[in-house]
Design a protein around this ligand. Structure first.
Ligand code: SF4
Ligand code: SF4
Length: 135
């Protein structure tokens, strides 16, 4: 049995459809939903772990992509070198769950690791390469 942690982005027209149910029913996958959010513009985001035979995981992911669901592999961990951070805010612009944000009083970067969905988008956004993810 293999395991894969992925980040799914649902367009508004897919948010209310039972897409994850099909992963269980049609692909015999065990799913563990780690985070689920619906954003203001009504897109949805789910971080989940899939468990099952590797070929079933691949088929399930192909099914998701066919349904116009964005699929991104999630990192296992994230590390931020806060000492060298210049609080430019570039990483905050791509961080949808607001795990990274600038404190409005001090203008310093704050990182709330509990909100992080491990999407890894901040890694490329940082001009100083201060953020690392481990897959
Ligand atoms: S990986 Fe980076 S961009 Fe993604 S949620 Fe975590 S802190 Fe935000
Ligand atoms: S992009 Fe890099 S330097 Fe800028 S605030 Fe984020 S971590 Fe700090």
């Amino acid at each position: 049995m293999a395991k894969k942690k992925i980040v799914l982005t649902f367009p508004p027209e897919r948010v209310e459809q039972p897409i994850t149910y099909h992963l269980v029913k049609d692909y015999d996958l065990i799913i563990n939903i780690m985070r689920a959010e619906v954003h203001e513009e009504e897109t949805g985001l789910i971080v989940l772990e899939l468990e099952g035979p590797e070929n079933k995981i691949d088929e399930g992911i192909a099914y998701l992509k066919n349904q116009d669901v964005g699929v991104q592999e999630a990192a296992r961990d994230i590390a931020l070198n806060e000492d060298d951070c210049i609080s430019c805010g570039a990483c905050t612009a791509v961080c949808r769950p607001r795990a990274l944000h600038l404190n409005p009083d001090t203008f310093e970067l704050e990182f709330d690791k509990d909100r992080c969905i491990l999407c890894g988008l901040c890694v490329r956004a940082c001009p100083l390469k201060l953020i690392e993810v481990k897959f």
